[in-house]
Design a binder for this molecule. Structure first.
Ligand code: SF4
Length: 257
């Protein structure tokens, strides 16, 4: 039987999801349920409809079809030092398909990256994905387990343990990223706690991702109720306060935007 994956978007010419010119593939389905989810159309592991519309969200795509679409830009990947980034949702929810996809991309000499929430089975991840990955973006949201359960629907024990194992046992570069969600992840206690966790693993670089409010319109279009409300981008002062709270010290902190 042909392998297929449930995908909700494929973006070409991306420059923010890794080095060079990239194509980013968004896999549908996520085990977390963040109240601010910036990709609400990626949460559910099933085909959905935009509210009051026949237009669907999510397509089942075969491995051959997806590869064809990704390899169209192979010359651009090679000339720019780019490649393919797999995102979501949570890409590790479709581990078998992603294993085959990564192997095929590496056979073509293409640089591969993933963006993950870190909520996965480490043994399967290390067997099926890790050998074919060149770069891992690893999100850290909340350092407190109770707050993590409250705001993401899952505790953070598995996530922190997986990050520790990755850092200790692989040579694949891991870039931690912290989404800045005002009132939730931006507290000084949370950012200092995450910085401390990273420092204890000798990680000297992380990226802070400023809040982007544009997700709210998508949630409404999907007919989803949202608990979190904030309709504006972060101010420069708010971003700077987060950088200060993160205690950069000797640590390099980048923030997108
Ligand atoms: S981990 Fe990412 S995709 Fe999943 S619910 Fe949270 S923000 Fe959305």
């Amino acid at each position: 039987m042909k392998q297929r994956a449930l995908i909700f978007d494929i973006k070409r010419d991306c420059s923010e999801d890794g080095p060079g010119i990239r194509t980013t593939v968004f896999f549908k389905g996520c085990p977390l349920s963040c109240s601010w989810c910036q990709n609400p159309e990626g949460k559910e592991g099933r085909v959905e409809h935009w509210a009051d519309s026949a237009e669907t969200v999510g397509d089942w795509i075969s491995l051959d079809d997806l590869l064809y679409r990704l390899l169209i830009d192979k010359p651009f990947y090679h000339s720019s030092g780019g490649g393919v980034t797999l995102s979501g949702g949570e890409v590790t929810q479709q581990m078998g398909f992603v294993h085959s996809l990564l192997k095929a991309l590496k056979a073509e000499g293409i640089h591969t990256a993933i963006e993950t929430s870190g909520f996965f089975n480490y043994r399967r991840f290390s067997e099926l994905l890790l050998p074919w990955l060149d770069l891992i973006y690893f999100d850290l949201k909340l350092i407190d387990d109770i707050e993590s359960r409250q705001h993401t629907g899952q505790g953070n024990g598995l996530i922190l343990a997986n990050l520790s194992k990755l850092i200790e046992s692989t040579s694949v570069p891991v870039i931690p990223r912290v989404p800045l969600i005002p009132g939730i992840t931006t507290s000084e206690m949370n950012l200092r706690g995450i910085a401390g966790f990273l420092a204890s693993h000798n990680i000297d670089a992380a990226t802070l991702l400023p809040y982007n409010p544009l997700w709210a319109d998508k949630a409404v279009k999907l007919g989803k109720k949202t608990d979190y409300q904030r309709s504006t981008f972060m101010t420069p002062q708010e971003k700077n306060q987060c950088v200060l709270s993160f205690q950069p010290g000797k640590r390099r902190v980048g923030h997108a935007n």
